[in-house]
Every structure is written in C-alpha cells, then in structure tokens.
Design a protein around this ligand. Structure first.
Ligand code: HEM
Length: 401
C-alpha cells in the first residue's frame, strides 16, 4: 500500500503528528506487534500523515471505547484506503444503526451455536486429512500448506457448494490473504461476485440448508432480501471469514513453535485447549478497523472533526498492561477480565463468526498437537509478517524432524 503524506489539518496539534503507515509500520515484516508498540506511551490519540492522514487510537482504553461507539463513529468508511468502501459495500460490516440491526440479526441466526457445533466434525475431518498429508515430510511452509487451505474448505462446506470448487476459490483466497498486486480491489470483488452470484441467485429462489440459505431466509423488516443486498452480505462472509482465520492459525502455530513447553502442556492436558484458544486469540490480535466521525469528538485534549477517519488496532487494547495484567504473557490459566479482549471487535459489530472462528482454533490445536510431534521454526528460516487491516504471517516454515 503506497503511503501518501497529507497536509496536516489545522485542528490537529503539531505534537500529535506522527508518520505511521498502518499498512507498513516500521519493522512490521519481522514483528507486527513490536511495530504497533512503537505508538505506545505517548498521547491516547495521534494523527498520522500517512495514507491521506487519519487519527489512530494509541492506547487500550481509547481503542476499546471508540471501537464500541457506534453513536458517534460510522463503520461505513471500511478502510483508510479511498475507494475501498464504495467497492465492497459489505453487509453488515459497513452499515450503521439502525439500518445495521435487521441485517445483523439475520446473519447471527445463520451462525447460531447449534449450526457451528454441527460443523465441527467436518472441520476436524478436513484438518486431519490435511495434517496427514503434511506429516510425512517432517516440515512445511505452514501458511500456504495449511493455514490458507483449511478456511476455504470450511467456507465452501458452509455455503453448501461442491468442494470441487476449491481450485476456483483458492487463487481468490490467496489474493485476499497475500495480495501480490496482480489484481485491483475491483477485480478481486468482481471475481468474488462472479463466483458467488449463481449460488446466491439459487439460494434466494430455492433455499437449502446451507449458511447463505439460512441467512437469506430471514426477512429484513418483513420483506425479502434483494439480490444486491444478498451479494453484499455473501461477499462480507467470504472476505471476513477467510483472511482472519488464516491469520489466527498462523499466530497459534508460531507461538507454539517458539514455546515447546506450551505444546507439551496442551498435549498433556488437552482439556486446556479451549482456554488456550481464547488466550492465544487475546495475545495475538491482528485485525484493525476504520471508523469515520459522524460529529466532532473531543477526546484526550484534541477534537476529532466530523468526517475524520480513526484507525483502531486490536493489539493496542489487548497488549496494554493497564487493560490486561502481564499482557504480553500467554497464560492458559488466565481468567479473562469482565471486559474481554478486542480480537473479535466490540459493540454492535462484534464478529458474527466468533463461535465458528473459536471452534476452528480449538479443532486446529487438538488435531495438530495430537498428530505432529514437537515442532519448531525451521532452522535458518524466519517468519515474515504482512501488516494491514488483517495482518498475517506470510511465511512460517515449521519443522518436526
Ligand atoms: C479469528 C478469526 C476472526 C477474527 C479475528 C475476526 C474479527 C472480526 C472483527 C474484529 C470484527 C468487527 C469489525 C468491526 O468492528 O468493524 C468482525 C466482524 C465480522 N466478522 Fe469476523 N473475525 C473472524 C472470523 C470470522 C468468520 C469465520 C466469519 C464468517 C464466516 C466472520 C464474519 C464477520 C462478519 C460478517 C462481521 C461483521 C459483523 C457486523 O458488522 O455486525 N468473521 N470480525
């Protein structure tokens, strides 16, 4: 993402100005979290000149409070990149109350706990197959061989399409998780739409048992979904449910590769895995969101003006020592405080796929640790990160020889 330095608006005090490119924070390719840490310790909100100029919340309490404030902050902008919001038009992610509510309610029904529970055996089966394929080699590049593959299988199954479609969706998934510049955002959206449209049309006309059908069967204030709304929602699920889960698997694997003692503990005490999943999600959050001020907001001695963009990064909350004791430490026995972590967001837009994501995390840990002996980062290799709205590892060589 190119950085375009912008003129500093008059309402931004000089001592709040930084040059922080959220798509390429300093050193993020080797340590994403350390890069974000460079903003800590100063004011609670800063203004970056990068990417056209926008605010960034720079401490935990402010990040958390602004994330949940849909009264004064709109979700419509989607990102600090101009044009992206208009291209994607996600439902429900980019909607504000009150429009947001009926759409979100419909999507939530599709993700009800019993549906997620019903998916578990399949997630387990696919994870087992993939792991069985990888195991004999004694090493693998985890991101391309596992992390990027499993979520696509799961998504296809959720929406009830033949898994033979995998090869069609795989390149799209890769562009999403590892954009190589060969496709514009419009082309990516069009490719996703081209793939999804026939299924969406069919599900609207003749609903089945799959996720899209379940959601589209819920009326929106007494009327049916339009094709345009249905496409925007399905696009949201495709884009929201692949990249994020890929990123989560990468973080889990990297932590365990660096901490053989944690591998040993979870192998010895598999009942700890659900709690370990929550703690690993808290410790390694990689999602950021952009909001737009719908009114002037006085905060931390400055005024964010109506129309200004604010960037919120979940790690600024989860790794803030004043919000979580020993915030950097992974502690499987941690009792999460009543204010939970921000990995899955907070407030009106909190992740609707949270239950599914958690189940995928648990199944991954159970199956990987049961099948793969003690693993580590392959000697001579170095994990690489990509920053962005969903940060992710791009390279993680694991070795269990
Ligand atoms: C570890 C994996 C995941 C993470 C870290 C994650 C993170 C998030 C976050 C932070 C938000 C809030 C966005 C905001 O406040 O603007 C969100 C919303 C959302 N997520 Fe997830 N997500 C994950 C998995 C999934 C999955 C598997 C799906 C579906 C297949 C999904 C679908 C959505 C949707 C539709 C929304 C919008 C909800 C709304 O606007 O009301 N997510 N997610």
């Amino acid at each position: 993402m190119a950085t375009s330095a912008a003129a500093i608006p008059e309402h931004v005090p000089a001592d709040r100005v930084v040059d922080f490119d959220v798509f390429a924070p300093p050193g993020a390719e080797v340590d994403y979290f350390a890069a974000w840490d460079s903003l800590r310790g100063g004011p609670a909100v800063v203004w970056t000149t990068a990417n056209g100029g926008h605010w960034i919340a720079a401490d935990g309490a402010t990040t958390r409070a602004l994330w949940g404030d849909s009264e004064r902050l709109s979700s419509e902008p989607l990102a600090v990149v101009p044009g992206l919001a208009e291209v994607m038009r996600f439902i429900p992610l980019q909607q504000d109350p009150p429009e947001h509510k009926p759409f979100r309610t419909a999507v939530m029904k599709g993700f009800a706990n019993h549906h997620v529970a019903a998916m578990e055996p399949l997630v387990r089966e696919v994870a087992r197959e993939l792991i069985a394929e990888l195991k004999p080699a004694g090493s693998c590049e985890f991101m391309t061989r596992f992390a990027e593959v499993l979520p696509i299988h799961i998504f296809l199954t959720l929406i009830g399409v033949p898994t033979q479609d995998r090869p069609k969706l795989r390149p799209l998934g890769q562009q999403l998780t590892r954009p190589d510049g060969s496709m514009t955002v419009e082309q990516l959206r069009d490719a996703a739409d081209e793939y999804l449209a026939p299924y969406v049309r069919e599900r609207l006309a003749d609903p089945g048992e799959d996720l899209f059908s379940r959601i589209l069967a819920v009326p929106i204030e007494g009327r049916a979904w339009t094709m345009d709304e249905a496409m925007r929602m399905c696009r949201n699920l495709l884009f929201g449910g692949l990249d994020t889960v890929v990123s989560m698997f990468g973080q889990f694997a990297l932590h365990l590769a660096r901490h053989p003692e944690d591998q040993a503990r979870l192998r010895a005490e598999p009942d700890l895995i659900p709690a370990a999943t929550d703690e690993l999600m808290r410790r390694y959050p990689m999602v950021s969101v952009t909001r737009g001020c719908t009114e002037d907001i006085a905060i931390d001695g400055v005024t964010m003006r109506e129309g200004d963009l604010v960037y919120l990064n979940a790690s600024m909350h989860n790794l803030d020592e004043s919000c979580f004791e020993r915030a950097r430490q992974v502690d499987f026995d941690r009792k999460l405080p009543p204010i939970r972590h921000t990995t899955l967001g907070s407030g009106a837009h909190r992740c609707v796929g949270a239950g599914l994501a958690r189940m995928e995390g648990i199944v991954f840990l159970e199956e990987w640790l049961a099948a793969i002996p003690t693993f580590r980062i392959a000697p001579g290799s170095r994990p690489r990160y990509r920053a962005g709205n969903v940060g992710a590892l791009t390279e993680l060589m694991l070795d269990w020889r």
